[in-house]
Design a protein around this ligand. Structure first.
Ligand code: MG
Length: 455
């Protein structure tokens, strides 16, 4: 495979702006390439709630059918529901029409293998090769695929999630949960899961709407002020918010404080490791050192990957790990399926709280050591990324890791990570320390070095 082959896939699937950066013909040709890559069998196709979703899902269906694949159309479903159903119902693979947390104008295609997990990076390149060489299979009138509806995806997913937790233990606590669906695809699944677990559910932004009028498709502390206020106003035990396609979940404690994904990920990891009596945890180089402290308690091993859910998922499978998470709120529970899943994570969080018998803020303070983080980004001129990374390396002292970008430990509890973005002309700088001042200073220092080498 030529190294210079252009890329279509980004960190998580193929993303574009329909009708602006690419027209629907692109989606048809790409889906033909995906169908050709699958080679045989029936593909499960779903979409999130974006405005261009129906048009793109139809284009993707056309491409898959024209390559000779049969297609089962799931309609509007969360991404993790489609992925779980691929595995549970035995499809050849899955195609999800989604742009996850991106702004409303974006959409894209995400491809899962028969295990429901995003296909490996090398297989993305195989699909790209078929697309660029125009070597798609073109079925004739006799071998063209057959389409049908698949109505059981959400039900299958809900059953799968519920089978992995102790519903009785959760129901006994009679939790009140505020759920901010963000007008996204979990609106059709997650509230019913939480209700089935005996919780009182209050929803915000629960109408699926591709304009994302509520708080936008990305749950961040800035966009979740209504969730915090609602949790406090009704005296809820917990708040939870999802991104546009429902694979990421961000939690809010009973005081309305938004937890970043590192904290909730470590908390759920602690619960999972306790249940499975240790095991292996997978997370990227960008997440908190708190994970090592949590793992140590259970005699568990931590594997650090490049940033990106696909890397984490594939490492979980290769190394038979039990759990993985990203600092943005994506958690992967392998016994269910090794994909990020907002619904599964919510159910695990509820069981964790039920078992501990304490409020979320209290459990967190006992289980997850407190570290402080800071981040920024620096614009980098054309062809200056290497120079910036060289300057950063010169500045770094102590232990240096190069799993993804450059991570330097400046003392036992302080690190800085400088990583070129895969999609924009910037480098991202993250730091963590045992004080906010320490983290801020590290970011400031390395941003200065990066800036001076950036033009
Ligand atoms: Mg997502």
């Amino acid at each position: 495979m030529a190294a210079s082959q252009p890329r279509l896939f980004g960190t998580n699937g193929v993303r574009f702006v329909p009708g602006v950066s690419h027209d629907l013909d692109f989606a048809i040709s790409l889906a033909e390439a995906i169908g050709t890559y699958f080679g045989t069998g029936e593909v499960l196709l779903g979409r999130d709630g974006r405005l261009s979703g129906p048009a793109l899902a139809n284009a993707a269906a056309s491409g898959l059918l024209s390559s000779g694949r049969d297609v089962a159309e799931a309609g509007l479903v969360p991404t993790p529901a489609l992925q779980y159903a691929v595995k549970a119902l035995g499809y050849r693979g899955g195609v999800m029409v989604t742009a996850s947390h991106n702004p409303p104008q974006y959409n894209g295609l995400k491809v899962s293998g028969p295990d429901g997990v995003e296909v490996p990076r090398l297989d993305e390149q195989r699909i790209e090769k078929i697309y660029f060489e125009k070597s798609q299979t073109k079925a004739d009138w006799k071998t063209i695929g057959v389409a049908r509806q698949e109505a059981s995806v959400v039900r299958t997913y809900q059953k799968g999630v519920l089978s992995r937790v102790d519903a009785k233990a959760i129901a006994a606590r009679k939790f009140t949960v505020v759920m901010d669906l963000g007008n996204g695809a979990q609106s059709v699944a997650a509230p019913y899961i939480v209700e089935s677990l005996g919780c009182k559910v209050i929803t915000l932004n629960s109408t699926v709407d591709g304009n994302f009028p509520g708080r936008g498709p990305e749950p961040t502390p800035d966009t979740l002020k209504d969730l915090s206020a609602a949790v406090k106003a009704v005296g809820a035990d917990l708040g939870v918010a999802y991104d546009g396609d429902g694979d990421r979940s961000i939690f809010c404690d009973e005081d309305g404080r938004i937890l970043w994904g590192d904290q909730s990920g470590c908390l759920v990891a602690d619960f999972v490791l306790d249940r499975h009596q240790g095991g292996t945890l997978v997370t990227s180089v960008a997440s908190s050192q708190a994970v090592e402290a949590v793992a140590k308690k259970h005699g568990a091993k931590v594997l650090r990957t490049k940033v990106g859910a696909v890397e984490i998922a594939r490492t979980i499978i290769e190394r038979n790990a039990v759990f993985g998470f990203e600092e943005n709120g994506g958690c992967l529970y392998q016994p269910h399926i090794a994909v990020r899943d907002g619904g599964m994570t919510t159910a695990l969080m509820l069981e964790c709280l039920a078992r501990k018998g304490m409020s979320l803020s209290k459990v967190l303070s006992f289980v997850v050591p407190k570290y402080f983080q800071a981040k920024t980004k620096v614009e980098v001129g054309p062809k200056r990324v290497d120079a910036v990374m060289r300057a950063v390396e010169k500045q770094a002292e102590g232990e240096v890791e190069k799993v993804d970008g450059l991570k330097a430990w400046t003392d036992a509890h302080s690190w800085v990570l400088v990583r070129p973005s895969g999609t924009e002309p910037i480098v991202r700088i993250f730091a963590e320390s045992d004080s906010q001042e320490g983290a801020d200073q590290l970011v400031k220092r390395f941003a200065k070095v990066a800036k001076s080498a950036s033009v």
